[in-house]
Design a protein around this ligand. Sequence first.
Ligand SMILES: [Zn+2]
Ligand SMILES: [Zn+2]
Length: 347
Amino acid sequence: MKTLGYAAQNPQDPLGPFTFERRSLRDNDVAMDVLYCGVCHSDLHQARNDWGFSRYPMVPGHEIVGRVTAVGPKVTRYKVGDAVAVGCMVDSCQECDQCRKGEEQLCRQGNTQTYNGVDRVTREATQGGYSKQLVVREEFVLRVPDGLDLSKAAPLLCAGITTYSPLRTWNVGPGSRVGVVGLGGLGHMAVKLAIGLGATVTVLSRSADKRSDAMELGADALLVSSDAQAMKAAANSFDLIIDTVPVKHDLKPYMPLLDIDGTLVMVGQVGPIDEISSIPLLLGRRRIAGSPIGGIAETQEMLDFCGKKNILPECEMIRMDEINQAYERMERSDVRYRFVIDLATLS
Ligand SMILES: [Zn+2]
Ligand SMILES: [Zn+2]
């Protein structure tokens, strides 16, 4: 099947229209029309080869909401017309201990990324959601719960699950004290999801400018990290800090904020971190951890949770041909809080 998308042809040039083939349906495949696709920071990084493993041409996009148009003969869970979603991965070995536990994101053989990955059958490059059609095996297709606004749900598939998974891993619930560093695509979802789970949520920011934004999202407090006195007063007052900042930054100021056995989990930055003393880690039995997305079962749980609580990202809808300006604005953090492409604007 021929489909139209938007691709990066190399690290320098803007993305532009690109026609390519989607595979014909395998027995367990679901074909869908893509309705909406969120724009993740990693799309920009991968389009520009910031991480050094990009292959071109590349159609980015891994926050995908669509509608089923056809299913293979062995598909049992989806039918034509269903509202479905696809996130950051489209396949895994399905056999290792992690896959068997439903932690496909941690597959021992590596999961297959939705784009800039390699198809496990044909060894062809996978291409993402900045496109009109998508074909994905049934096991990696998610159901969008009834009532969830399809035009806003897409960012849940990366920003949502990336922040929901650590909240669940560290058992956040009523009474938990959660801090969120960085108030972008991931950070604003961390705030909404932690509140939804019943936690007390504080946004940590370098300046007080973000106070009204944090309050609008429902946070209980804003802690200004450049205010030494306020930081001292907040010592030992968090169980979990979710650090969503996408660039290298100093973690030292956050460590004393964690209570005993508290964890700072990094979900944004990919790469080396600044030197840090083990003293606060040893003395308070504190941890620094990382967390990727979640497994398929947990992603479905997150979608169902958002459906039940009507938790949705704050989105700015764009046309497909506005993607290059959107990338420029993202680099300036000029978006509240996630761009979503309306694929109806691509023809
Ligand atoms: Zn992403
Ligand atoms: Zn596996």
